[in-house]
Design a protein around this ligand. Structure first.
Ligand code: ADP
Length: 593
C-alpha cells in the first residue's frame, strides 16, 4: 500500500514536472464537472414537481412556468459537453508532453548504463517493459485519476441526494462498491502478470518482424528465401506472447458479467422500493424522478470510480516497471565523481582478468601492459583471443573482474567513466553508420554542435574519403544512407573510411583502431595505414590488425592468445624470437608472395 502510494505520488510529480499547466486545467474542469450532475438532478426534481403542479398548490401547469427550468437543464448539459471536449483536448496535450518526458528519461538513463547491461537480455526485457505503452499509459493514468476522483465526488453527491430516501439505497450502493473494487483489482493484476510473463516472447516477435521488414536483413532474407520461415517464427512468438493476456481477459470478463448481474438486480430492487414509496404517497412524483435518476447516475459514477481505481492500479503496476528501470543503478564506480578531464601520460594494466557473464573461460587473464604517451602499440592474435575485449576494458566499457587499470598511477575505477573515455577515440570493428549528413558523421565524435569545417575536411582527407565526399552535390551536407529521401548510400569500405575520419577528428590523446582496414581495398589500406605516424599524428595508438605487414613499425607488438599475452616486443625482436609472431608473419608472407 505504501509502495502503491509512492508510485502514484511519483507519477503525479512526473505529471506536474512535464505538464503542470495541462494538469491544472484538467483538475479545474474535473472539479466543475463533478458538481454538474447534482445541478442536473435537482433541476429534474423541480421540473417534474412544477410540471405536475404539486409545488404550485394545484394550479394548472403552463409551459411558460417550466421554460426557465428547461433552459437551465439544457444549459447544464451544454456546459458539461463543452467541458468534456475541452477536457479531452487538454488530456491529449498532457499525454503528448508526458510521453515526450518519459521517453527522454528512458533514453537518458539507458545511455548512462554500462555496456554490460546492453548485452544482458534481462536489461532489454526491463527496458522494453518500461517503454511499453508509454504512448497511452500516461494519458490513461490521468484519465483514470480524473475518472476516479470525479466518480467518487459525484457518487458522494448522489449519495447526499439519496439520503432522504432512506438508508437502504445507500447501503446497497456501498455493498456493491466493495466486491466490484476487489474484482477489478484482481483483474488488473492478472493482466499485468500475463503481460509480464511474455516480455521475452514479445521482444522475439519484434525481432522477427524487424528481420522481415528491415533494410539490413532484406538482402539475405530475399536471397535465401527466408520470408516464410521467419513469418512462421514471428507468428509463433506473436501468438505465444498474446495468448496469456487473452486468457486473462476471458477470466476477467466472466467475473465482470457476474458483477453486472448484481448491479442490475440492485437497480431493479430500487425501482420496486421507490414505486412502493410513491404509491404509498411517501414521496412526490418529482422526488421519485429525482431518486431514480440519482440512483442511475450513482451507479454510473460508481462504475466510473471503480474503473478509475482499477485502471490506476493497473497503470501503477506498469509504472512500477518504468520506475524500477529508472532506478536501476549502473555497474561502474565513479559515476558520481566530478567529470574532470584527466591528462594522459600513461595507462598501465595490472594483472587484468575479465570473464563475460555466463562464460566459463576468461576472455582476458593476467594481462600486464603499459602504454606511454605517443607510443604505438599493435595487438595481434587469432579470432577470439581477446583483442577487442582488451580495447573495451582500456576504454572502460567494462571494469575488470580482477586486477586494475591505472591512469597516471590512479586506478580508473575512481574516475568518472564518461570523463575518462574522453581520452580515447576508437574505430570499432563493428563501427556505426549514422544516417546523418557526411559532415555530421565525422564531427559527431567531438562536440557535434560546434563544427570546424577545416578540421572535418582534414580528417576526411587523412581517412582517404575527402575527394568522394567533396564530389557529392551537397558536399559535406549530403545526407548519407537510404534512410532519408535522396540520401547517398555508401559502400561498406566507404563507411569504414568515414568511421576512421570520425575517430581522427576527435582530439583525444589515445587512438584505438580495431581492424580499421577490414573492408578497405589494398590501395586504400596502403594509403591510410602505411604510415602509422602520419595517421596518429603524435598520439598514442593501439592498433589491432590481422594484416601483419601493417604493424611492423609499431613501437611494440603484443601477441594475444586465448586471453593471455603470449609474447611482446618489436617486430625485429619477435622475429628473432621465432615464436608465435614469427610463425604468423612467415605464413602471411608466404601467402602474399
Ligand atoms: P578478438 O577481438 O580477439 O577476436 P574478442 O575480444 O572479441 O576477441 O573475444 C574474446 C572472447 O570473448 C571470445 O571467445 C568471444 O566469444 C567472447 N566474447 C566477446 N564478446 C563477448 C560478449 N559481448 N559477451 C560474451 N562473450 C563475448
Amino acid at each position: 500500500m505504501k509502495q502503491q502510494r509512492k508510485i502514484i505520488s511519483r507519477s503525479l510529480r512526473m505529471l506536474m514536472k512535464s505538464s503542470w499547466k495541462e494538469t491544472a486545467v484538467s483538475l479545474i474542469i474535473l472539479t466543475v464537472r463533478s458538481f454538474l450532475p447534482l445541478v442536473g438532478v435537482l433541476l429534474i426534481r423541480y421540473y417534474v414537481d412544477r410540471i405536475t403542479g404539486v409545488t404550485a398548490g394545484g394550479e394548472l401547469p403552463v409551459i411558460s412556468a417550466v421554460t426557465g427550468l428547461i433552459a437551465a437543464m439544457a444549459a447544464t448539459l451544454l456546459v458539461d459537453d463543452l467541458l468534456a471536449s475541452a477536457g479531452s483536448y487538454f488530456t491529449r496535450k498532457q499525454s503528448v508532453r508526458v510521453e515526450g518526458h518519459i521517453s527522454s528519461l528512458i533514453h537518458r538513463h539507458a545511455t548512462g548504463m554500462g555496456l554490460r547491461f546492453f548485452e544482458d537480455p534481462a536489461f532489454h526485457d526491463g527496458m522494453s517493459r518500461a517503454a511499453r505503452d508509454i504512448s497511452w499509459r500516461p494519458a490513461a493514468m490521468v484519465a483514470d485519476i480524473i475518472l476516479l476522483v470525479r466518480g467518487v465526488i459525484s457518487f458522494i453527491v448522489m449519495g447526499y441526494v439519496l439520503r432522504t430516501f432512506g438508508i437502504i439505497p445507500l447501503a446497497v450502493l456501498a455493498l456493491l462498491f466493495l466486491p466490484l473494487l476487489w474484482i477489478r483489482y484482481r483483474n488488473s493484476s492478472r493482466i499485468y502478470k500475463a503481460r509480464r510473463s511474455v516480455t521475452p516472447l514479445t521482444r522475439q516477435a519484434a525481432y522477427f518482424s524487424w528481420l522481415l521488414t528491415g533494410e539490413k536483413p532484406a538482402r539475405e532474407v530475399k536471397l535465401f528465401g527466408l520470408g516464410d520461415y521467419f513469418e512462421r517464427l514471428f507468428r509463433r512468438s506473436f501468438d505465444g506472447s498474446r495468448a496469456p493476456e487473452l486468457e486473462a481477459v476471458r477470466k476477467n470478463t466472466l467475473l465482470e458479467s457476474a458483477a453486472s448481474l448484481v448491479k442490475v438486480a440492485a437497480f431493479a430492487g430500487i425501482l420496486v422500493y421507490a414505486s412502493g414509496a410513491f404509491i404509498r404517497s411517501v414521496i412526490t412524483a418529482g422526488e421519485l424522478a429525482m431518486y431514480l435518476v440519482a440512483f442511475r447516475q450513482a451507479l454510473v459514477y460508481l462504475r466510473d470510480a471503480v474503473s478509475g481505481y482499477a485502471g490506476l492500479a493497473e497503470n501503477r503496476l506498469f509504472l512500477y516497471d518504468l520506475f524500477s528501470f529508472l532506478d536501476m543503478k549502473g555497474d561502474m564506480s565513479g559515476d558520481g565523481m566530478p567529470p574532470e578531464s584527466p591528462d594522459f601520460s600513461e595507462i598501465v594494466a595490472e594483472n587484468v582478468t575479465f570473464t563475460y557473464p555466463g562464460a566459463t573461460e576468461p576472455a582476458l587473464a593476467g594481462i600486464n601492459l603499459k602504454i606511454s604517451r605517443g607510443e604505438k602499440i599493435a595487438v595481434v592474435g587469432p579470432n577470439g583471443s581477446g583483442k577487442t575485449t582488451l580495447v573495451k576494458l582500456l576504454c572502460r566499457l567494462y571494469d575488470p573482474d580482477d586486477g586494475r587499470i591505472l591512469l597516471n598511477g590512479r586506478d580508473i575505477a575512481t574516475l568518472n567513466p564518461a570523463a575518462y573515455r574522453r581520452l580515447f577515440s576508437v574505430v570499432f570493428q563493428n563501427f556505426m553508420l549514422y544516417y546523418l549528413s557526411a559532415g555530421e558523421n565525422i564531427r559527431l565524435s567531438s562536440d557535434a554542435e560546434s563544427s570546424d569545417p577545416e578540421r572535418v575536411r582534414e580528417a576526411a582527407a587523412r581517412a582517404g574519403i575527402a575527394s568522394l565526399l567533396e564530389s557529392m552535390p551537397e558536399g559535406y551536407d549530403t545526407m548519407l544512407g537510404h534512410h532519408t529521401e535522396g540520401g547517398r548510400e555508401m559502400s561498406w569500405g566507404e563507411w569504414q573510411k568515414i568511421a576512421i575520419a570520425r575517430a581522427l577528428y576527435r582530439r583525444a590523446p589515445v587512438l584505438i583502431l580495431d581492424e580499421p582496414s577490414s573492408s578497405l581495398d589494398a590501395d586504400s589500406e596502403y594509403e591510410i595505414f602505411s604510415d602509422l605516424g602520419r595517421i596518429t599524428d603524435g598520439r598514442s595508438c593501439i592498433f589491432i590488425s590481422h594484416r601483419l605487414s601493417n604493424v611492423r613499425e609499431a613501437d611494440r607488438i603484443i601477441v594475444l592468445d586465448r586471453g593471455r599475452i603470449a609474447e611482446s616486443g618489436t617486430h625485429d625482436e619477435l622475429m628473432a624470437a621465432r615464436g608465435r609472431y614469427h610463425e604468423m608473419y612467415s605464413r602471411q608472407k608466404s601467402m602474399y608472395r
